[in-house]
Design a protein around this ligand. Structure first.
Ligand SMILES: *[C@@H]1O[C@H](CO)[C@@H](O)[C@H](O)[C@H]1NC(C)=O
Ligand SMILES: *[C@@H]1O[C@H](CO)[C@@H](O)[C@H](O)[C@H]1NC(C)=O
Ligand SMILES: *[C@@H]1O[C@H](CO)[C@@H](O)[C@H](O)[C@H]1NC(C)=O
Ligand SMILES: *[C@@H]1O[C@H](CO)[C@@H](O)[C@H](O)[C@H]1NC(C)=O
Ligand SMILES: *[C@@H]1O[C@H](CO)[C@@H](O)[C@H](O)[C@H]1NC(C)=O
Ligand SMILES: *[C@@H]1O[C@H](CO)[C@@H](O)[C@H](O)[C@H]1NC(C)=O
Ligand SMILES: *[C@@H]1O[C@H](CO)[C@@H](O)[C@H](O)[C@H]1NC(C)=O
Length: 384
């Protein structure tokens, strides 16, 4: 009997520890209170830093449904990546149906797929940036479709205001009818990928050069990056199997990206209590070993865009297997049938340390451990 009871207490140890921590340290209570019962019930949302301190990813911002577009700015300048698009403002985007929210809450953003254009005329499209800025976080995008097709070059990314000194993280990016998502980072000089890190993708390369140096000033700004192994991480198969979830975790320990098919989205993600430590190796990761993350990434907005032709889709068009030229491709709206984002939600979580104060002193950490042990023995004894 005795070992069985102890086993139960050991399993529930995290659930016992959280309310204790919050009542000992009132400053954490406000964060924990609204969803405390959820965390206690699931018990598996506690994450650990390499130094053993524990933390939770707690909800910070949620972008979804009818209010989605209230929290973004529409970019209306010339495309910095030389795409042949007119980025329109919110009024025009709404009036011409480039952005809208369906009655079921699904958010749509698209390039114009209804207007026939004369040769050389740019096509209308959208590029939006979050008003909120972030300096770490766990970003979870649930989408049904990402844009693709000949001449199309979409991206979902985060970027700081002083490019490239504040860094850039490209979470979803591809061109034409590619099938493999390309994750990339662009930074100031002095940041490289750790190729021995644990990730499932392959190092991206072009013209025989591996993209391991994130320096935006070399290699025509290829940055550093990893290409996902799955043929359904971008393009036709990603869309046809119902999309899925992309997650980007940015903290002092790494910047890591995961993607999940719709049928394989982890339960903790669906429950809103994400715990990346249970997701397996990421598709792509930038480790602090060869990159000063704290110095090179700051004040990021989240960006969605759909550009056409330009530095990547234009320059690669001739070798892509797509018909004609990129300029010709722009003219017929039917070519942009699949150039749309369909988004269920974007949720941002922030890291809240549980044991920050406890670990300030070894003594108080030990006090907490012994108190818990004492409770276990006491309760175990009572039950016997
Ligand atoms: C442990 O690491 C986290 C970040 O990973 C940091 O915030 C915390 O202060 C560290 N704790 C100690 C005791 O070093
Ligand atoms: C949006 O763009 C249109 C077309 O360029 C312009 O006429 C209109 O004034 C703009 N609206 C706002 C609110 O900026
Ligand atoms: C590029 O990386 C691959 C492994 O991902 C390696 O086999 C190859 O030698 C590298 N090429 C260069 C030029 O470093
Ligand atoms: C890589 O990650 C997987 C999944 O988290 C883990 O099982 C494996 O031990 C890790 N390998 C290394 C070398 O860290
Ligand atoms: C980030 O933004 C804050 C507030 O606007 C500012 O004080 C800080 O200097 C910025 N940091 C960087 C590295 O740009
Ligand atoms: C759009 O996607 C459908 C379904 O995969 C495909 O049959 C069609 O050719 C695509 N259209 C374009 C213009 O790429
Ligand atoms: C244009 O895109 C929207 C959003 O994806 C889609 O519902 C519609 O069917 C498309 N229209 C054409 C003509 O491709």
């Amino acid at each position: 009997m005795l070992p069985a009871y102890f086993l139960i207490f050991i399993i529930y140890y995290p659930a016992v520890a959280i309310p204790q921590a919050s009542s000992w340290f009132p400053s954490l209570s406000e964060h924990l209170w609204p969803s405390r019962s959820l965390y206690v019930a699931s018990g598996n949302s506690i994450n650990y830093n390499p130094n053993g301190s524990s933390f939770l990813w707690l909800p910070q911002d949620s972008y979804s449904g009818q209010t989605f577009f209230d929290l973004w700015d529409f970019f209306t300048g010339a495309d910095p990546t030389n795409g042949q698009v007119n980025y329109v403002n919110e009024t025009v985007a709404r009036q011409t149906g480039l952005v809208y929210v369906q009655d079921n809450g699904i958010v749509i953003m698209k390039a114009d797929n209804t207007t026939s254009l004369a040769s050389g005329v740019y096509r209308n499209s959208v590029r939006i940036s979050s008003q909120a800025q972030y300096n770490t976080g766990l970003f979870i995008l649930d989408l049904n479709r990402a844009p693709w097709g000949c001449a199309v070059w979409p991206a979902f990314w985060t970027v700081g205001g002083n490019w490239p000194y504040d860094g850039e993280v490209d979470i979803i990016e591809g061109v034409h009818d590619n099938e493999h998502n390309q994750v990339a980072w662009h930074t100031a000089p002095g940041c490289t990928l750790d190729t021995t890190a644990n990730f499932t993708g392959t190092i991206s390369s072009s013209d025989g050069v591996n993209h391991t140096d994130c320096n935006a000033f070399i290699n025509s700004n290829s940055g550093c990056g990893m290409t996902e192994w799955s043929r359904a991480s971008y393009g036709p198969y990603f869309d046809s199997q119902g999309g899925g979830v992309f997650a980007m975790k940015w903290d002092e320990n790494s910047i890591a990206i995961w993607s999940f098919y719709r049928v394989a989205i982890p339960k903790d993600v669906i429950a809103g209590t994400p715990n990346p430590s249970g997701w397996g190796a990421p598709s792509a990761v930038l480790e602090p070993s060869d990159c000063n993350l704290g110095q090179l990434f700051a004040n990021h907005s989240i960006v969605f865009d759909i550009t056409l032709c330009g530095d990547w889709a234009g320059n690669s068009y001739a070798t892509s297997g797509c018909p004609g030229t990129c300029e010709q491709r722009l003219m017929d709206p039917a070519n942009f049938q699949n150039a749309s984002w369909s988004i269920n939600s974007l949720k941002v979580y922030r890291k809240v340390l549980l044991s920050a104060r406890v670990t300030n002193s070894v003594t108080s950490k030990l006090t907490m451990e012994f108190t818990t042990l004492y409770l276990m023995i006491l309760l175990g004894g009572l039950l016997l």
